[in-house]
Design a protein around this ligand. Structure first.
Ligand code: CA2
Length: 150
């Protein structure tokens, strides 16, 4: 068994379609490509990754609840639930773990309904607008947070 801290990387609805539709907005990589990139970077940082995607709000809540006992931190791209979900906000708050909010695009450059996030107030920080590279930036940031928090 590894002693490496585990990071839950959680992906919300429709992100399973990455690489298949709208590459101009979300890039050419599939979610499986991004998972592989994350596993490699996590290994280099001495972390392990539990990489998950769900189209269901309640399942995302359950995965966040489970992380409380198994993970050292949560990186979450809540996708559309960013802008709607009090349930995910509450679950992240209850998890009592460092949270990084992540977006492929920059929601603030897009429609007004994407300018509100229910996650920002329970996250230590937000990474947005860097495409799939943002997942690696988030892992680097999480590694730094865990080192500083001890
Ligand atoms: O930029 C992001 O990462 C978003 O979280 C993506 C969400 C969007 O609702 C947020 O405002 C910003 C949408 C994910 C949809 O994923 C797709 C993937 C491929 C093709 C179409 C949609």
């Amino acid at each position: 068994m590894s002693d490496a801290p585990e990071i839950l990387i959680l992906n919300g609805p429709n992100l399973n379609m990455l690489g298949v539709r709208e590459p101009a907005l979300y890039g050419h990589e599939t979610l499986a490509d991004i998972e592989a990139m994350c596993r490699e970077r996590a290994g280099a940082l001495g972390l392990t990754v539990d990489f998950q995607q769900s189209n269901f709000e309640g399942e995302l809540v359950t995965l966040i609840q489970r992380a409380r006992d198994s993970a050292a931190g949560i990186i979450i791209n809540p996708a559309a639930y960013t802008h709607t979900s009090v349930a995910i906000h509450d679950a992240l708050k209850l998890a009592d773990l460092p949270v990084i909010e992540l977006h492929l695009s920059n929601p603030h450059q897009r429609e007004a309904f994407r300018h509100t996030s229910y996650v920002t107030t329970v996250a230590r920080g937000t990474i947005a607008g860097f495409g799939s590279h943002g997942y690696l930036l988030a892992l680097d940031a999480m590694s730094g947070l865990l080192e500083r928090d001890g």
